[in-house]
Design a protein around this ligand. Sequence first.
Ligand code: TLP
Length: 346
Amino acid sequence: MIDLRSDTVTLPTQAMREAIFHADLGDDVFAEDPTINRLEAMAAERLGMEAALLVVSGTMGNVTCALTHCARGEEAILGDASHIFLNEAGGISALGGIFPHTIPNLPDGTLQLDQIEAAIRADNIHFPRTRLICLENTHNRCYGAALTPDYTAAVVALAKRRGIAVHLDGARIFNAAVAQGMDVRELTRGVDSVNICLSKGLSAPVGSVICGSGEFIARARRVRKMLGGGMRQAGIIAAAGIVALEGMVDRLAEDHANARRLAEGISRIRGLATEPDRVRTNILYIDLVDRRFTDEAFIEHLKQKGVLLSHPGPARFRMLTHHGISEADIDTAVEALGAVMGEKIS
Ligand code: TLP
């Protein structure tokens, strides 16, 4: 199967399996797992933050940060296409009583600065207090768009001026850094917290790391415990995470080139629409313009030909490239799509 549903399907590499086997372990609730301590120090250094904390998943990372920033009844400003708003089971509200205030994401993944400004509440007993602005880089729903350092700095400046924190959902922040040819610190400078995922393009089996100031991470550690995320000998997870950070970042460029090749191939198939020029990282969307098939039939036909994709909305599908997908797989997938749409691809 050529599995393009997500980069979460990546399997641990041989080096990760060996690192897991040999990992030094301890009880992390006592902060005594040497492998976790090493991963957390490495992640903090890499992202230019003071401290870091290993969590189970990207979802746990985002909710842990939100609950650390905001008290019940306080408000977070976030994009209407953000993963936190769309895909995290309403956790910030359900678990933290945080009031989500959405504003539109532009196609490039940004939130307009004047709309952020307008969304911030005045000090008035009728209103919730605005505590947090959430950004997402790269932006999952916006074709994997990468936010720039200038844009991030502008949001940070606005937030500082208004006394509000900035959280960055950086599940794929290394994709953003590699795509723009820059150190990842350029993209995290000034934010109050960042959440990175080890288990997406970086191919580790489990885990995310949140980073912030020492004081923030100390408070987040209590929230993680409350959420049931105190993981004991989780150095077996951290060991793979260390390999991910050390060895799997630069190769993301291959995934980006493959995503572009995939989009270009698909753009030649009648009945499907995609936007190759928007593809900068490893995510693309296709629209089924020719309505000969139902969405389910389209997915099933492709599956018969050995290709899997995900289905985020009516007549809309998502494909991600990753470590398990070669350039030859891309060409096979394009052929399969062409065959399903009844065309020969030259
Ligand atoms: N995204 C998954 C699905 O939930 C949609 C995927 O296949 O892309 N932030 C962003 C930007 C994400 O894309 C995801 C996962 C998360 C957070 C949550 O990470 P996990 O799945 O580890 O909880």
